[in-house]
Design a protein around this ligand. Sequence first.
Ligand SMILES: *Cc1c(COP(=O)(O)O)cnc(C)c1O
Length: 381
Amino acid sequence: MPQDENLSPATLAAQGLGSAAMPHRDIVPPIHVATTFERDPDGSLPGGRLYARDASPAFDPAEALLCRLEGGAAAALFASGMAAASAVLLALKPGARIVAPQDMYWGLRGWMIEFCANWQLTLDFHAGEGELAARLQVPADLVWVETPANPTWEITDIARAAELARAAGARLVVDSTVPTPVFTRPLALGADIVMHSATKYLNGHSDVVAGVLVTREADAFWARVKTARAAGGAVLGPFEAWLLNRGLRTLFPRVRTAAASAARIAGHFEHHPAVLAVLYPGLPSHPGHDVARRQMDGGFGAMLSLRVRGGEAAAREVAARVRLFRRATSLGSVESLIEHRAAVEGPGSRCPADLLRISVGIEHTDDLIADLEQALAAAAG
Ligand SMILES: *Cc1c(COP(=O)(O)O)cnc(C)c1O
């Protein structure tokens, strides 16, 4: 691959940065399974590696590509998105104060509450930009943002959050799982660290659990994050890392196809008689649409939610009646998924009871629309 700084991110992803493994010049990277690396007689490590829990060559291709796509200084793969997020919290010091959104990925929110209580960290929630500004009148150490955020796809203005975080002395971390680097580059907007559940779009095939962090600066905080990975041991296995590399090659066409389809589905059902509301940041009716148009480049993602007329029972009935959509949690894969989100989140959920969360895959849009149409009709009938 030519060393051209102007190559499109889609090109870099398609060729995995164009690396070729020696000595055979393999077009795709090999699977690196070694756990340990040989020393020279003088005790040095000519291969530059000590032990695979610290830094395995298996991590290199995906870390290098994601670092480049996010425009960061360094990247670290983890055994899951949750492992990546927890490494950030583990890197904080005692007494740290965290400000996080009221609505965000449910599993992470629950763990944050428990962890912060156990470790005497202060955790304050905010319900939107006005409240974020108010919470950041007091100094903080970490601001957590997810945009578009589960399960209503609320949008946070990353550049504004970065300003507020900086003024409060805090680091800004953005969970960018949903938009992916195809549509949003949080570091360029002022974030300090970007996090992904690579289980979702980055791998894209529902066959790897993985996470990644990319940092704008390889500073002392990042060194503590890396220590949390090496010591906590939440590292990705070689085969999973290899599958992730393979998934990343098609990131751009997968995500663009799914997002274009999601936009058509959102528009189609917005005024449907059986639908109370379609929540999708690409719709002008979505409260975050204007900010999303500014900060998302080329699309609004492939996640949307339908609020079904008739409440929880009707929503559950629609989910029961789909034939093509798969009833499963998770998102970001090539097959379309649907779930009654409040049931998945369980007691204490803030998700509306009539909400169906939809992850649009890459099937033909007409088939997906027809399936939802027949499910809505069957549920109403
Ligand atoms: C799935 C998900 C996570 C957690 O990632 P895992 O890979 O399941 O550990 C975090 N944030 C968002 C937005 C997610 O969708």
